[in-house]
Design a protein around this ligand. Structure first.
Ligand code: AAO
Length: 521
Protein backbone atom coordinates (compact mmCIF):
# COMPACT_ATOMS: atom_id res chain seq x y z
CA UNK A 1 0.00 0.00 0.00
CA UNK A 2 3.00 2.26 0.57
CA UNK A 3 3.93 1.87 -3.09
CA UNK A 4 0.41 2.62 -4.28
CA UNK A 5 0.30 5.66 -2.02
CA UNK A 6 3.60 6.91 -3.47
CA UNK A 7 2.26 6.31 -6.96
CA UNK A 8 -0.75 8.49 -6.25
CA UNK A 9 1.42 11.23 -4.80
CA UNK A 10 3.54 11.05 -7.94
CA UNK A 11 0.49 11.40 -10.17
CA UNK A 12 -0.68 14.35 -8.11
CA UNK A 13 2.68 16.03 -8.66
CA UNK A 14 2.47 15.52 -12.42
CA UNK A 15 -1.04 16.94 -12.43
CA UNK A 16 0.02 19.99 -10.43
CA UNK A 17 2.99 20.55 -12.73
CA UNK A 18 0.74 20.42 -15.80
CA UNK A 19 -1.80 22.78 -14.27
CA UNK A 20 1.02 25.12 -13.38
CA UNK A 21 2.28 25.34 -16.95
CA UNK A 22 -0.61 27.33 -18.37
CA UNK A 23 -0.53 30.00 -15.73
CA UNK A 24 3.09 29.83 -14.59
CA UNK A 25 3.58 33.57 -14.89
CA UNK A 26 4.92 34.17 -11.38
CA UNK A 27 8.56 33.51 -12.24
CA UNK A 28 10.64 36.58 -13.21
CA UNK A 29 13.21 34.40 -15.06
CA UNK A 30 16.11 36.36 -13.62
CA UNK A 31 19.64 35.35 -14.59
CA UNK A 32 22.86 34.56 -12.73
CA UNK A 33 21.24 34.49 -9.28
CA UNK A 34 20.19 38.14 -9.61
CA UNK A 35 17.06 39.25 -7.80
CA UNK A 36 16.11 42.96 -7.79
CA UNK A 37 14.20 44.83 -10.51
CA UNK A 38 14.75 48.57 -10.99
CA UNK A 39 12.11 50.88 -12.46
CA UNK A 40 14.01 53.31 -14.70
CA UNK A 41 11.02 55.65 -14.81
CA UNK A 42 10.87 57.70 -18.04
CA UNK A 43 14.42 56.82 -19.13
CA UNK A 44 15.22 56.81 -22.86
CA UNK A 45 15.89 53.40 -24.42
CA UNK A 46 19.41 54.44 -25.42
CA UNK A 47 20.23 55.30 -21.81
CA UNK A 48 18.76 52.05 -20.47
CA UNK A 49 20.83 50.03 -22.93
CA UNK A 50 23.98 51.79 -21.74
CA UNK A 51 22.96 51.42 -18.09
CA UNK A 52 22.46 47.66 -18.48
CA UNK A 53 25.99 47.29 -19.81
CA UNK A 54 27.88 49.77 -17.67
CA UNK A 55 26.06 49.47 -14.33
CA UNK A 56 23.14 47.08 -13.90
CA UNK A 57 24.86 43.88 -15.03
CA UNK A 58 28.15 44.57 -13.21
CA UNK A 59 26.24 45.35 -10.01
CA UNK A 60 23.89 42.40 -10.18
CA UNK A 61 20.53 44.02 -10.92
CA UNK A 62 18.18 41.40 -12.40
CA UNK A 63 15.97 43.52 -14.60
CA UNK A 64 14.46 46.84 -15.57
CA UNK A 65 10.84 47.97 -15.60
CA UNK A 66 10.53 50.36 -18.54
CA UNK A 67 7.91 53.06 -19.11
CA UNK A 68 5.14 52.29 -21.64
CA UNK A 69 6.83 51.90 -25.07
CA UNK A 70 3.81 52.36 -27.33
CA UNK A 71 2.26 55.39 -29.02
CA UNK A 72 0.70 57.79 -26.54
CA UNK A 73 -0.97 61.18 -26.51
CA UNK A 74 1.30 64.22 -26.28
CA UNK A 75 -0.02 67.13 -24.29
CA UNK A 76 1.09 70.70 -24.00
CA UNK A 77 -1.26 71.84 -21.24
CA UNK A 78 0.16 70.82 -18.86
CA UNK A 79 3.50 70.64 -20.67
CA UNK A 80 4.39 67.03 -21.55
CA UNK A 81 3.28 65.55 -18.20
CA UNK A 82 4.78 62.17 -17.23
CA UNK A 83 1.28 60.70 -17.20
CA UNK A 84 0.69 61.23 -20.92
CA UNK A 85 2.30 57.81 -21.39
CA UNK A 86 -0.64 56.24 -19.54
CA UNK A 87 -2.89 57.43 -22.39
CA UNK A 88 -2.24 55.14 -25.38
CA UNK A 89 -3.29 56.23 -28.86
CA UNK A 90 -1.88 53.19 -30.67
CA UNK A 91 0.35 50.13 -30.38
CA UNK A 92 3.16 51.31 -32.65
CA UNK A 93 6.38 51.36 -30.69
CA UNK A 94 7.45 55.00 -30.61
CA UNK A 95 7.24 56.89 -27.38
CA UNK A 96 8.93 59.63 -25.47
CA UNK A 97 11.72 57.14 -24.70
CA UNK A 98 12.57 56.41 -28.32
CA UNK A 99 11.57 54.56 -31.47
CA UNK A 100 11.18 50.87 -32.26
CA UNK A 101 14.79 50.40 -33.40
CA UNK A 102 16.08 51.94 -30.18
CA UNK A 103 13.70 49.76 -28.18
CA UNK A 104 14.87 46.62 -29.97
CA UNK A 105 18.51 47.57 -29.53
CA UNK A 106 17.96 48.10 -25.80
CA UNK A 107 16.17 44.77 -25.30
CA UNK A 108 18.95 42.95 -27.16
CA UNK A 109 21.81 44.66 -25.34
CA UNK A 110 20.26 44.24 -21.89
CA UNK A 111 19.47 40.57 -22.56
CA UNK A 112 23.01 40.01 -23.79
CA UNK A 113 24.35 41.04 -20.36
CA UNK A 114 21.68 39.07 -18.49
CA UNK A 115 19.44 41.99 -17.50
CA UNK A 116 15.74 41.35 -18.18
CA UNK A 117 13.30 43.92 -19.54
CA UNK A 118 9.79 44.12 -18.05
CA UNK A 119 7.37 46.34 -19.96
CA UNK A 120 4.76 48.54 -18.32
CA UNK A 121 1.68 47.88 -20.49
CA UNK A 122 -1.46 50.01 -20.47
CA UNK A 123 -4.22 47.77 -21.83
CA UNK A 124 -7.23 48.79 -19.76
CA UNK A 125 -7.88 51.95 -21.72
CA UNK A 126 -6.79 54.39 -24.41
CA UNK A 127 -6.43 58.17 -23.93
CA UNK A 128 -8.80 60.42 -22.01
CA UNK A 129 -12.24 60.95 -23.51
CA UNK A 130 -11.40 64.64 -23.71
CA UNK A 131 -8.15 64.02 -25.56
CA UNK A 132 -9.37 65.70 -28.74
CA UNK A 133 -8.32 64.64 -32.21
CA UNK A 134 -5.36 65.05 -34.46
CA UNK A 135 -1.77 63.97 -34.56
CA UNK A 136 -0.61 65.08 -31.10
CA UNK A 137 0.58 61.55 -30.64
CA UNK A 138 4.10 60.23 -30.04
CA UNK A 139 4.30 58.43 -33.41
CA UNK A 140 2.46 61.23 -35.16
CA UNK A 141 -0.52 59.02 -36.01
CA UNK A 142 -4.03 60.48 -36.28
CA UNK A 143 -6.67 59.58 -33.68
CA UNK A 144 -9.95 60.91 -32.40
CA UNK A 145 -10.85 60.59 -28.74
CA UNK A 146 -14.36 62.00 -29.21
CA UNK A 147 -15.13 59.43 -31.95
CA UNK A 148 -13.18 56.69 -30.09
CA UNK A 149 -11.28 56.10 -33.29
CA UNK A 150 -7.69 54.80 -33.20
CA UNK A 151 -7.01 53.78 -36.81
CA UNK A 152 -3.46 52.52 -36.41
CA UNK A 153 -4.70 49.51 -34.38
CA UNK A 154 -7.61 49.91 -35.37
CA UNK A 155 -10.04 50.37 -32.48
CA UNK A 156 -13.40 52.01 -33.19
CA UNK A 157 -16.28 53.08 -30.95
CA UNK A 158 -17.47 49.45 -30.87
CA UNK A 159 -14.40 48.41 -28.92
CA UNK A 160 -15.17 50.37 -25.76
CA UNK A 161 -17.19 49.68 -22.65
CA UNK A 162 -19.38 52.75 -22.38
CA UNK A 163 -22.64 50.85 -23.02
CA UNK A 164 -21.91 48.67 -19.99
CA UNK A 165 -21.13 51.49 -17.57
CA UNK A 166 -23.99 52.46 -15.27
CA UNK A 167 -22.75 55.69 -13.72
CA UNK A 168 -24.12 59.09 -14.63
CA UNK A 169 -20.74 60.53 -15.58
CA UNK A 170 -19.46 57.43 -17.36
CA UNK A 171 -16.50 57.52 -14.97
CA UNK A 172 -15.78 55.36 -11.93
CA UNK A 173 -17.54 57.16 -9.10
CA UNK A 174 -17.46 54.57 -6.31
CA UNK A 175 -14.73 52.00 -5.65
CA UNK A 176 -17.28 50.14 -3.51
CA UNK A 177 -19.03 48.94 -6.69
CA UNK A 178 -16.94 46.34 -8.53
CA UNK A 179 -19.00 46.63 -11.71
CA UNK A 180 -18.31 50.30 -12.23
CA UNK A 181 -14.65 49.87 -11.31
CA UNK A 182 -14.33 47.42 -14.23
CA UNK A 183 -16.84 48.81 -16.73
CA UNK A 184 -16.56 52.57 -16.35
CA UNK A 185 -13.80 55.03 -17.17
CA UNK A 186 -10.85 55.37 -14.80
CA UNK A 187 -10.40 59.17 -14.49
CA UNK A 188 -12.08 59.70 -17.85
CA UNK A 189 -9.85 57.26 -19.79
CA UNK A 190 -11.63 55.47 -22.69
CA UNK A 191 -12.27 51.97 -21.30
CA UNK A 192 -11.50 49.10 -23.67
CA UNK A 193 -13.99 46.21 -24.00
CA UNK A 194 -11.58 43.42 -23.13
CA UNK A 195 -14.51 41.01 -23.21
CA UNK A 196 -14.38 41.16 -27.03
CA UNK A 197 -12.34 38.58 -28.86
CA UNK A 198 -11.19 41.28 -31.27
CA UNK A 199 -9.87 43.55 -28.52
CA UNK A 200 -8.17 40.64 -26.73
CA UNK A 201 -6.49 39.70 -29.99
CA UNK A 202 -5.17 43.21 -30.62
CA UNK A 203 -3.88 43.58 -27.06
CA UNK A 204 -2.21 40.15 -27.14
CA UNK A 205 -0.72 40.96 -30.54
CA UNK A 206 0.86 44.11 -29.13
CA UNK A 207 2.27 42.22 -26.13
CA UNK A 208 3.46 39.32 -28.29
CA UNK A 209 5.45 41.65 -30.49
CA UNK A 210 7.35 42.66 -27.36
CA UNK A 211 7.70 39.04 -26.19
CA UNK A 212 9.15 38.09 -29.55
CA UNK A 213 11.58 41.02 -29.33
CA UNK A 214 12.90 39.45 -26.11
CA UNK A 215 11.23 41.06 -23.11
CA UNK A 216 10.87 38.86 -20.01
CA UNK A 217 7.45 40.02 -18.86
CA UNK A 218 5.04 42.80 -18.05
CA UNK A 219 3.87 45.16 -15.34
CA UNK A 220 0.19 45.32 -16.25
CA UNK A 221 -1.32 48.72 -15.46
CA UNK A 222 -4.70 49.21 -13.77
CA UNK A 223 -5.64 45.52 -13.38
CA UNK A 224 -8.27 46.34 -10.78
CA UNK A 225 -10.17 47.89 -13.66
CA UNK A 226 -10.19 44.73 -15.78
CA UNK A 227 -12.19 41.55 -15.13
CA UNK A 228 -9.86 38.67 -14.16
CA UNK A 229 -11.55 36.44 -16.74
CA UNK A 230 -10.82 38.91 -19.54
CA UNK A 231 -7.22 39.19 -18.40
CA UNK A 232 -6.88 35.42 -18.20
CA UNK A 233 -8.02 34.99 -21.78
CA UNK A 234 -5.74 37.77 -23.04
CA UNK A 235 -2.65 36.65 -21.10
CA UNK A 236 -3.32 33.07 -22.15
CA UNK A 237 -2.64 34.15 -25.73
CA UNK A 238 0.92 35.26 -24.99
CA UNK A 239 3.82 33.49 -26.64
CA UNK A 240 6.51 31.79 -24.63
CA UNK A 241 9.65 33.86 -24.09
CA UNK A 242 12.21 34.16 -26.89
CA UNK A 243 14.49 31.10 -26.72
CA UNK A 244 17.46 33.18 -27.81
CA UNK A 245 17.67 34.28 -24.16
CA UNK A 246 15.22 32.13 -22.17
CA UNK A 247 14.75 28.41 -21.81
CA UNK A 248 12.04 26.75 -23.89
CA UNK A 249 8.52 26.88 -22.48
CA UNK A 250 9.15 29.96 -20.29
CA UNK A 251 5.99 31.99 -19.72
CA UNK A 252 6.21 35.80 -19.55
CA UNK A 253 6.49 37.11 -15.99
CA UNK A 254 3.30 39.00 -15.11
CA UNK A 255 2.91 41.46 -12.26
CA UNK A 256 -0.41 43.17 -12.01
CA UNK A 257 -1.03 46.61 -10.59
CA UNK A 258 -3.90 46.19 -8.14
CA UNK A 259 -4.07 48.66 -5.27
CA UNK A 260 -5.52 46.72 -2.34
CA UNK A 261 -5.13 48.39 1.02
CA UNK A 262 -8.31 46.70 2.20
CA UNK A 263 -11.82 48.12 2.41
CA UNK A 264 -12.87 47.62 -1.21
CA UNK A 265 -14.82 44.73 -2.78
CA UNK A 266 -12.06 44.04 -5.33
CA UNK A 267 -9.10 42.28 -3.74
CA UNK A 268 -5.64 41.24 -4.92
CA UNK A 269 -6.63 37.61 -4.38
CA UNK A 270 -8.82 37.62 -7.49
CA UNK A 271 -5.67 38.02 -9.58
CA UNK A 272 -3.24 35.55 -7.94
CA UNK A 273 -3.69 32.82 -10.54
CA UNK A 274 -2.73 35.20 -13.36
CA UNK A 275 0.65 36.29 -12.03
CA UNK A 276 2.10 38.30 -9.19
CA UNK A 277 0.36 41.36 -7.79
CA UNK A 278 1.76 44.65 -6.48
CA UNK A 279 1.59 44.56 -2.65
CA UNK A 280 0.78 48.20 -1.83
CA UNK A 281 0.50 47.49 1.90
CA UNK A 282 4.23 46.82 1.99
CA UNK A 283 5.50 50.33 1.26
CA UNK A 284 2.60 52.05 3.01
CA UNK A 285 3.30 50.14 6.24
CA UNK A 286 7.10 50.24 6.09
CA UNK A 287 7.03 54.00 5.44
CA UNK A 288 4.79 54.46 8.47
CA UNK A 289 7.10 52.30 10.58
CA UNK A 290 10.34 54.08 9.65
CA UNK A 291 8.62 57.44 10.18
CA UNK A 292 7.43 56.13 13.58
CA UNK A 293 3.90 57.34 12.86
CA UNK A 294 0.74 55.90 14.48
CA UNK A 295 2.82 54.37 17.29
CA UNK A 296 4.48 51.93 14.90
CA UNK A 297 7.82 50.42 15.88
CA UNK A 298 10.42 48.57 13.87
CA UNK A 299 10.39 45.77 16.45
CA UNK A 300 6.83 44.95 15.33
CA UNK A 301 8.25 43.75 12.00
CA UNK A 302 9.51 40.46 13.45
CA UNK A 303 6.70 38.73 11.53
CA UNK A 304 7.05 41.00 8.45
CA UNK A 305 5.41 39.58 5.32
CA UNK A 306 2.49 37.19 5.48
CA UNK A 307 2.46 37.67 9.26
CA UNK A 308 1.33 41.23 8.60
CA UNK A 309 -1.62 40.11 6.49
CA UNK A 310 0.20 40.65 3.21
CA UNK A 311 -0.56 38.37 0.27
CA UNK A 312 1.24 35.00 -0.02
CA UNK A 313 4.98 35.37 -0.64
CA UNK A 314 4.79 33.69 -4.04
CA UNK A 315 2.30 36.28 -5.28
CA UNK A 316 3.91 39.48 -4.11
CA UNK A 317 5.77 42.18 -6.02
CA UNK A 318 7.09 44.60 -3.38
CA UNK A 319 8.43 48.15 -3.44
CA UNK A 320 8.91 51.10 -1.09
CA UNK A 321 7.55 53.74 -3.47
CA UNK A 322 6.38 53.81 -7.07
CA UNK A 323 6.00 56.45 -9.77
CA UNK A 324 2.50 57.29 -8.54
CA UNK A 325 2.75 57.37 -4.78
CA UNK A 326 6.10 59.19 -4.71
CA UNK A 327 4.13 62.21 -5.99
CA UNK A 328 0.76 61.75 -4.27
CA UNK A 329 -1.02 59.74 -7.01
CA UNK A 330 -2.38 56.24 -6.37
CA UNK A 331 -2.35 55.16 -2.75
CA UNK A 332 -0.20 55.31 0.36
CA UNK A 333 -0.24 59.03 1.06
CA UNK A 334 2.42 60.94 2.97
CA UNK A 335 3.78 57.84 4.70
CA UNK A 336 5.50 56.67 1.52
CA UNK A 337 9.30 56.88 1.88
CA UNK A 338 10.77 58.52 -1.22
CA UNK A 339 14.13 59.95 -2.24
CA UNK A 340 12.93 63.29 -0.86
CA UNK A 341 13.60 61.75 2.59
CA UNK A 342 16.83 59.97 1.72
CA UNK A 343 17.76 58.71 5.20
CA UNK A 344 14.40 57.00 5.72
CA UNK A 345 14.24 55.90 2.10
CA UNK A 346 17.62 54.13 2.25
CA UNK A 347 16.65 52.30 5.44
CA UNK A 348 13.31 51.19 4.06
CA UNK A 349 14.78 50.02 0.75
CA UNK A 350 17.56 48.20 2.62
CA UNK A 351 15.00 46.48 4.83
CA UNK A 352 13.08 45.34 1.76
CA UNK A 353 16.18 44.07 -0.03
CA UNK A 354 17.42 42.23 3.07
CA UNK A 355 14.05 40.57 3.73
CA UNK A 356 13.07 37.38 1.87
CA UNK A 357 9.42 38.30 1.15
CA UNK A 358 8.36 38.93 -2.45
CA UNK A 359 10.02 39.95 -5.70
CA UNK A 360 11.55 43.38 -4.99
CA UNK A 361 11.48 46.47 -7.19
CA UNK A 362 13.67 49.54 -6.61
CA UNK A 363 12.43 52.95 -7.80
CA UNK A 364 14.70 55.21 -9.85
CA UNK A 365 13.27 58.70 -10.15
CA UNK A 366 13.72 62.16 -11.57
CA UNK A 367 13.57 65.33 -9.50
CA UNK A 368 10.92 68.01 -9.99
CA UNK A 369 10.08 71.30 -8.29
CA UNK A 370 7.47 70.49 -5.71
CA UNK A 371 4.90 73.14 -4.88
CA UNK A 372 2.60 72.19 -2.03
CA UNK A 373 -0.68 74.06 -1.63
CA UNK A 374 -2.82 72.74 1.25
CA UNK A 375 -0.79 69.53 1.28
CA UNK A 376 -1.18 68.81 -2.44
CA UNK A 377 1.74 69.12 -4.83
CA UNK A 378 0.59 71.37 -7.69
CA UNK A 379 3.53 70.09 -9.75
CA UNK A 380 2.76 66.37 -9.46
CA UNK A 381 2.38 66.29 -13.27
CA UNK A 382 5.90 67.42 -14.19
CA UNK A 383 7.59 65.12 -16.67
CA UNK A 384 11.19 63.94 -16.86
CA UNK A 385 14.11 66.33 -17.39
CA UNK A 386 13.61 67.57 -20.94
CA UNK A 387 14.58 70.12 -23.53
CA UNK A 388 12.37 73.07 -24.47
CA UNK A 389 10.67 71.06 -27.23
CA UNK A 390 9.62 68.33 -24.78
CA UNK A 391 12.29 65.81 -25.79
CA UNK A 392 13.49 63.83 -22.78
CA UNK A 393 17.10 64.53 -21.82
CA UNK A 394 19.74 61.81 -21.70
CA UNK A 395 21.01 60.64 -18.30
CA UNK A 396 24.55 61.99 -17.82
CA UNK A 397 26.83 60.08 -15.42
CA UNK A 398 29.03 62.19 -13.13
CA UNK A 399 32.63 61.23 -12.24
CA UNK A 400 31.42 60.05 -8.80
CA UNK A 401 28.96 57.68 -10.53
CA UNK A 402 25.87 59.68 -9.57
CA UNK A 403 23.53 60.98 -12.27
CA UNK A 404 23.18 64.57 -13.44
CA UNK A 405 20.49 66.78 -14.97
CA UNK A 406 17.81 66.00 -12.39
CA UNK A 407 17.95 62.22 -12.64
CA UNK A 408 18.05 60.87 -9.07
CA UNK A 409 19.25 57.32 -9.79
CA UNK A 410 18.48 55.86 -6.36
CA UNK A 411 19.58 52.49 -7.75
CA UNK A 412 23.13 53.88 -7.99
CA UNK A 413 23.30 55.11 -4.40
CA UNK A 414 25.99 53.05 -2.65
CA UNK A 415 23.68 51.87 0.13
CA UNK A 416 20.98 50.69 -2.29
CA UNK A 417 23.32 49.24 -4.91
CA UNK A 418 25.15 47.25 -2.22
CA UNK A 419 21.88 45.98 -0.76
CA UNK A 420 20.85 44.73 -4.21
CA UNK A 421 24.04 42.65 -4.08
CA UNK A 422 23.21 41.56 -0.50
CA UNK A 423 19.84 40.24 -1.74
CA UNK A 424 21.60 38.16 -4.40
CA UNK A 425 24.17 36.78 -1.95
CA UNK A 426 21.51 35.66 0.59
CA UNK A 427 18.99 34.47 -2.02
CA UNK A 428 17.13 31.35 -0.83
CA UNK A 429 18.40 31.64 2.76
CA UNK A 430 15.86 31.75 5.59
CA UNK A 431 15.10 34.75 7.78
CA UNK A 432 17.15 34.01 10.92
CA UNK A 433 18.68 35.28 14.18
CA UNK A 434 16.11 38.01 14.79
CA UNK A 435 16.88 40.48 17.56
CA UNK A 436 15.07 43.62 18.72
CA UNK A 437 15.11 46.01 21.67
CA UNK A 438 11.30 46.24 21.71
CA UNK A 439 11.62 49.63 20.11
CA UNK A 440 13.23 50.68 16.82
CA UNK A 441 16.46 48.74 16.94
CA UNK A 442 16.26 45.41 15.13
CA UNK A 443 18.57 42.91 13.46
CA UNK A 444 18.11 39.82 11.36
CA UNK A 445 20.15 37.49 9.22
CA UNK A 446 19.64 35.29 6.20
CA UNK A 447 20.92 31.82 7.08
CA UNK A 448 24.69 32.10 7.44
CA UNK A 449 25.07 34.38 4.37
CA UNK A 450 24.17 37.86 5.58
CA UNK A 451 23.17 40.01 8.56
CA UNK A 452 21.69 43.50 8.93
CA UNK A 453 21.23 45.77 11.96
CA UNK A 454 19.05 48.91 12.10
CA UNK A 455 19.01 51.71 14.68
CA UNK A 456 15.96 53.89 14.09
CA UNK A 457 15.75 54.96 17.75
CA UNK A 458 16.82 58.36 19.03
CA UNK A 459 19.68 56.85 21.02
CA UNK A 460 22.77 54.77 20.27
CA UNK A 461 22.82 51.07 19.61
CA UNK A 462 25.59 49.13 21.36
CA UNK A 463 25.03 45.39 21.49
CA UNK A 464 26.57 41.98 20.85
CA UNK A 465 24.47 39.78 18.54
CA UNK A 466 24.51 36.32 17.06
CA UNK A 467 24.92 36.87 13.33
CA UNK A 468 24.89 33.19 12.38
CA UNK A 469 27.84 33.91 10.09
CA UNK A 470 31.28 32.28 9.90
CA UNK A 471 33.99 34.05 11.91
CA UNK A 472 36.07 36.75 10.24
CA UNK A 473 36.28 40.43 9.44
CA UNK A 474 33.48 41.82 7.27
CA UNK A 475 33.06 45.09 5.44
CA UNK A 476 29.85 46.99 6.21
CA UNK A 477 28.38 47.60 2.75
CA UNK A 478 26.22 50.50 4.00
CA UNK A 479 29.01 52.84 5.16
CA UNK A 480 31.43 51.75 2.45
CA UNK A 481 32.46 49.35 -0.26
CA UNK A 482 34.65 46.30 -0.22
CA UNK A 483 37.26 46.89 -2.88
CA UNK A 484 39.66 43.99 -3.31
CA UNK A 485 40.88 43.25 0.22
CA UNK A 486 40.09 46.75 1.51
CA UNK A 487 36.99 48.25 3.09
CA UNK A 488 36.15 51.95 2.80
CA UNK A 489 33.53 51.71 5.56
CA UNK A 490 33.12 50.23 9.03
CA UNK A 491 34.62 46.81 9.72
CA UNK A 492 32.71 44.18 11.72
CA UNK A 493 34.53 41.39 13.58
CA UNK A 494 32.53 38.16 13.75
CA UNK A 495 33.91 35.68 16.31
CA UNK A 496 34.22 31.94 15.84
CA UNK A 497 30.87 31.60 17.67
CA UNK A 498 29.13 33.85 15.13
CA UNK A 499 28.77 36.73 17.59
CA UNK A 500 29.69 40.30 16.72
CA UNK A 501 29.61 43.62 18.50
CA UNK A 502 27.65 46.41 16.78
CA UNK A 503 27.72 50.13 17.59
CA UNK A 504 25.43 52.40 15.58
CA UNK A 505 25.02 56.04 16.56
CA UNK A 506 21.58 57.50 15.97
CA UNK A 507 23.51 60.45 14.48
CA UNK A 508 25.10 58.34 11.74
CA UNK A 509 24.36 59.41 8.19
CA UNK A 510 22.91 55.93 7.66
CA UNK A 511 22.04 54.29 10.99
CA UNK A 512 22.24 50.71 9.80
CA UNK A 513 24.96 48.13 9.09
CA UNK A 514 24.94 45.18 6.67
CA UNK A 515 27.45 42.39 6.08
CA UNK A 516 27.31 39.38 3.78
CA UNK A 517 29.37 36.42 2.64
CA UNK A 518 30.93 38.37 -0.24
CA UNK A 519 31.83 41.35 1.94
CA UNK A 520 34.20 39.22 4.04
CA UNK A 521 37.69 40.67 3.96
C1 AAO B 1 -4.73 62.24 -16.17
C2 AAO B 1 -5.21 63.41 -15.34
C3 AAO B 1 -6.67 63.25 -14.98
C4 AAO B 1 -7.49 63.08 -16.26
C5 AAO B 1 -6.95 61.91 -17.05
C6 AAO B 1 -7.64 61.69 -18.38
O1 AAO B 1 -4.42 63.49 -14.15
O2 AAO B 1 -7.11 64.39 -14.27
O3 AAO B 1 -8.84 62.85 -15.93
O4 AAO B 1 -5.55 62.11 -17.31
O5 AAO B 1 -7.50 62.83 -19.17
C7 AAO B 1 -1.71 58.26 -14.45
C8 AAO B 1 -1.95 59.45 -13.53
C9 AAO B 1 -3.32 60.06 -13.75
C10 AAO B 1 -3.50 60.40 -15.21
C11 AAO B 1 -3.40 59.09 -15.98
C12 AAO B 1 -3.61 59.23 -17.48
O6 AAO B 1 -1.82 59.00 -12.18
O7 AAO B 1 -3.38 61.27 -12.98
O8 AAO B 1 -4.77 61.00 -15.42
O9 AAO B 1 -2.06 58.57 -15.79
O10 AAO B 1 -2.72 60.16 -18.01
C13 AAO B 1 -6.28 54.26 -9.29
C14 AAO B 1 -6.10 53.02 -10.15
C15 AAO B 1 -4.65 52.71 -10.44
C16 AAO B 1 -3.90 53.94 -10.95
C17 AAO B 1 -4.06 55.02 -9.90
C18 AAO B 1 -3.33 56.30 -10.28
O11 AAO B 1 -6.73 51.91 -9.53
O12 AAO B 1 -4.63 51.70 -11.43
O13 AAO B 1 -5.45 55.32 -9.74
N1 AAO B 1 -2.51 53.65 -11.28
C19 AAO B 1 -2.11 53.36 -12.68
C20 AAO B 1 -0.79 53.99 -13.05
C21 AAO B 1 -0.95 55.49 -13.13
C22 AAO B 1 -1.89 55.85 -14.27
C23 AAO B 1 -2.98 54.88 -14.44
C24 AAO B 1 -3.12 53.74 -13.69
C25 AAO B 1 -3.86 55.06 -15.62
O14 AAO B 1 0.19 53.59 -12.15
O15 AAO B 1 0.28 56.15 -13.31
O16 AAO B 1 -2.49 57.15 -14.02
O17 AAO B 1 -3.18 54.45 -16.71
C26 AAO B 1 -8.06 54.32 -4.35
C27 AAO B 1 -8.19 53.05 -5.12
C28 AAO B 1 -7.12 52.89 -6.15
C29 AAO B 1 -7.02 54.13 -7.00
C30 AAO B 1 -6.75 55.32 -6.07
C31 AAO B 1 -6.57 56.63 -6.82
O18 AAO B 1 -6.94 54.24 -3.47
O19 AAO B 1 -8.11 51.95 -4.23
O20 AAO B 1 -7.42 51.77 -6.97
O21 AAO B 1 -5.93 53.98 -7.92
O22 AAO B 1 -7.87 55.42 -5.19
O23 AAO B 1 -7.77 56.98 -7.42
C32 AAO B 1 -6.37 55.46 0.50
C33 AAO B 1 -7.07 54.14 0.20
C34 AAO B 1 -6.73 53.67 -1.20
C35 AAO B 1 -7.17 54.71 -2.14
C36 AAO B 1 -6.37 55.95 -1.80
C37 AAO B 1 -6.66 57.10 -2.70
O24 AAO B 1 -4.97 55.26 0.56
O25 AAO B 1 -6.68 53.18 1.13
O26 AAO B 1 -7.36 52.44 -1.51
O27 AAO B 1 -6.67 56.37 -0.48
O28 AAO B 1 -7.99 57.50 -2.53
Amino acid sequence: SDIIFQHHIFKLFILLALLGLGAAQHNPHTKHGRTAIVHLFEWRWADIAAECERFLAPNGYAGVQISPPNEHITLTSPWYPWWQRYQPTGYNLCSRSGNENELRDMITRCNNVGVNIYVDVVINHMCGAGGGEGTHSSCGGWFSASRKDFPSIPFTNMDFNDHKCRTGSGDIENYGDANQVRDCRLVGLLDLALEKDYVRGKVAGFMNKLVDMGVAGFRVDACKHMWPGDLQNTLGRLHNLNTKWFSGGSRPFIYQEVIDLGGEPITSREYFHLGRVTEFKYGAKLGTIFRKWNGEKLSYTKSWGEGWGFMPDGNALVFIDNHDNQRGHGAGGAAIATFWDPRIHKMAVAYMLAHPYGVARVMSSFRWDRNFVNGKDQNDWIGPPSHGNGATKPVPINPDQTCGDGWVCEHRWRQIKNMATFRNVVNGQPHANWWDNQSNQVAFGRGNRGFIVFNNDDWNLDVTLNTGMPGGTYCDVVSGNKDGGRCSGKQIQVGGDGHAHFKISNQDEDPFVAIHADSKL
